[in-house]
Ligand binder design. Sequence first.
Ligand SMILES: Cc1ncc(COP(=O)(O)O)c(C=O)c1O
Length: 432
Amino acid sequence: MSSRQFAHDLVDLLFDHVEQIESRPSVEWRPFAELRELVRIDGTLSDPLELSRMVARYANQLHHPMYMGHQVCPPFMDAAAADFLISVMNQSTAVWEMSPIGTVIEKEVVRWLADRAGYPESAEGTAVSGGSAANLTGLLAARARFDSNVVITSADAHYSIARAAAIMGVRDVRKVPTDAQHRMDVGALEEMLASLDTPPLAIVATCGSTATGAFDDLEAIASLRDRYNTWLHVDAAHGASVLLSDSLAHLARGLDRADSLSWDPHKMLFLPLSLGTILVRDGIWLRRAFQADAPYLFNSAGASENIGEMTIQCSKRADAIKLWLLLKSRGTAPFVEAIERVTRLTRYLYERLNDSDDFEPLHEPQLNILCFRRIGLDNDATADLRERLVRSGRAWITTTILRDERVLRVTMMNPRTTESDVDGLLDALRDV
Ligand SMILES: Cc1ncc(COP(=O)(O)O)c(C=O)c1O
């Protein structure tokens, strides 16, 4: 089969797959060993279309309305198609001369996001692989400005904060407890700041936490940052996209006061993996963090356009193109519709849980993440229930530990999911 024919057939296969997704289970679950056997590279040559069909068959079906699991979206198909453009042109965007068009598109996307975030002209940023890389980059920018071995974050912060600190050799990561709504307890943060002899390297707040989707009180935290003269990094990997919605933007109030922020279009802007971004309010700190002596790369006219002088990466995929292409061809309406829809669905689930006798929501959802319990189940039974559900192929959800208890957790990432699918989730949890 020619490469062209394969590519054409693959497009048809994938569009058919997505359009007929409801004829499949949410996953055709197989044990590790069985899957491993299926993919063995054993010297026999196979048809690439058949191989693709097999991958699509055993994939977790993120497009399935009953997929309500992790923070990975069923991407817009235009964006997935743009991935092919990005791959074929293979522009590496760290060095201006290696990709003039990729460089200007990334800069345009960064500027557009920075404007949405309310950042001034001094802001700079780059596309990165995702929230973890963005958080590390934000903390590296903080260290270019402040010299300290302490990072303060919330007990519910994503693990990438502690990991970033560890990579940087920052050993003292202090966790502020969360309040009843799972937000960083601002009073406890203030006490922690007051107890330090010198300001911390950074306070890291969260805008859309992983476990519950909670939004920290950024105005209050930014005021403490001002008082204690430190850096405020906001991990808004999940939540920053609310800025596009008039009805939800209030959740991120104060984000414009962050010194740096992480924003993942591959989460709530429904783009295929991967596209994360880091934005730094005063770009000078990002540049200082990544000053490099590389005359073989950073030597041409227009050197300041080299994105590689602001990022960890050298080879760097032109992932910003997929967001740019969607914004330029469709505007913001599809993003806003999708964000608002999944938020409404999560609210609907919350109400159904409240109405039921056998389930209980564990917090009020602010966005599209919700933890709940099946009344009467202990930790092991809850984990077991979720496992049975996933393996049944009827729905795909996750669990987490909340206040020391194993709980059920959904992230509504699929605008195809309907209210009756949400009802179906509770029925499936009762049946399996
Ligand atoms: C709040 C938050 N920050 C950071 C991350 C990490 O992002 P990535 O998986 O893109 O590295 C996640 C991932 O779920 C997250 O929820």
